[in-house]
Design a protein around this ligand. Sequence first.
Ligand SMILES: [Zn+2]
Length: 73
Amino acid sequence: MTCEDAHLNMHDYISGELDAEHYKHLLDHMDECPNCREFFRQTEHIQSTMRDFLQYDAPSELQTAVSNILANA
Ligand SMILES: [Zn+2]
């Protein structure tokens, strides 16, 4: 798996669309790749931050901005 593939899989994982087999490949890749491990940690952080914002009715511009960050990562 390339880092690019790993990033794509992370997006699927965050949106709940990653199957178990790809998830395992993703974990294997992160075992060997500190960059992706760090990226995944940040992505999960952004995701949980976004969840918190949604609970407080964040302005839609902010939700869009966060989505753009995730889409372009
Ligand atoms: Zn990587």
